[in-house]
Design a binder for this molecule. Structure first.
Ligand SMILES: [Zn+2]
Length: 316
């Protein structure tokens, strides 16, 4: 476990090896272990954890717990009737329990844990790297589009000093536009009407940061073209509309179950798999719904995620 209590009863982490504290759950003496390579943890002096479901701590485990406030981490729950207690990896304010599972788990224990924690709410996060080494998630992205268009004030068109074709010649050579044109995920690019550009990508690409560079480049070109006759008014009227069409949803998601762990199918509560081969590290796979989710979104909406998975499995 990563937390114990000090003499003041505060929840503390290990500061140095050999540090003494008490187990939050059973009150027995625990000793801190900390080393350069080791993950700091508390151990009961008799080396036997009072939680029967105890599992050795891993870095992955702690990283997940640390995504939540300290008061949500390692929260002990007691059954008032049987006095049985267990230490949930994470328990949120609303009572959602998150079990972070690095190693295989026996079917009996799945049932026990789901019965114990599931009275509240339970969500599983499994480590694909340790549990599903040979499995792989295949999918493809929907095409993503990004369009760029200029608003040209009507009087600019009538202005004898300005030639839109000349503008485009410059603009197509601009540094900012070039960044988009040489992007490895760019599929094709169209220029319509001279003031509308459409880019197709085969991947989820964000050009939000280039938006300002594009505006800057466009203004610079206007400055050159309009020369000393340039008026500040022109620049203010000349606008770039940048539309990022979000089509970065995943399609044809297919989990290739090679050396699959059948215990996962016994889990009745929502199962999310982290570190699965084939997906980026900032995404997580929602097993029952066959969905790829952004990790930040998942954590932010963790209650909703649970509800979505639970409804699917139990109510539909
Ligand atoms: Zn204890």
């Amino acid at each position: 476990m990563i937390h114990a209590k000090n003499v003041q009863g505060q929840k503390i982490k290990v500061s140095f090896s050999g540090e003494k504290a008490k187990c939050i759950d059973c009150g027995q003496d625990v000793r801190g272990h900390k080393g350069r390579m080791k993950i700091p943890y508390w151990q009961h002096l008799n080396k036997k954890d009072c939680d029967a479901w105890f599992e050795p701590i891993t870095r992955w485990h702690i990283d997940w717990q640390n995504k939540f406030p300290k008061e949500f981490q390692e929260v002990s729950l007691i059954d008032p009737n049987t006095k049985e207690f267990h230490r949930a990896d994470v328990r949120t304010n609303s009572g959602l329990v998150i079990e972070v599972q690095h190693s295989p788990i026996k079917p009996d224990e799945i049932e026990q844990r789901e019965n114990f924690y599931g009275k509240n709410k339970l969500l599983w996060i499994l480590n694909g790297e340790s549990l599903l080494k040979h499995c792989r998630l295949n999918y493809r992205y929907e095409k993503k589009e990004m369009s760029l268009s200029f608003e040209i004030p009507h009087y600019l068109d009538k202005s004898p000093e300005f030639n839109f074709q000349a503008f485009n010649e410059y603009f197509l050579k601009s540094q900012a536009l070039n960044k988009i044109r040489i992007h490895p995920d760019l599929l094709d690019f169209e220029n319509q009407n001279g003031n509308y550009f459409l880019f197709h990508f085969n991947n989820s690409v964000s050009f939000e940061s280039i938006k300002y560079e594009l505006i800057y480049d466009a203004r610079k070109i206007l400055n050159i073209l309009l020369n000393e006759k340039f008026h500040e008014d022109y620049l203010n009227e000349f606008k770039i509309n940048y539309t990022d069409i979000p089509q970065d949803r995943f399609r044809n998601i297919n989990l290739i179950k090679k050396y699959w762990r059948p215990f996962i199918d016994l889990m009745k509560h929502p199962v999310f798999i982290d570190n699965l081969e084939g997906i980026e590290t900032d995404k997580i796979y929602f097993y029952q719904k066959n969905e790829i989710i952004d990790k930040d979104e998942f954590i932010k909406n963790i209650e909703k995620s649970w509800l979505a998975g639970y409804n699917k499995k139990h109510l539909l």
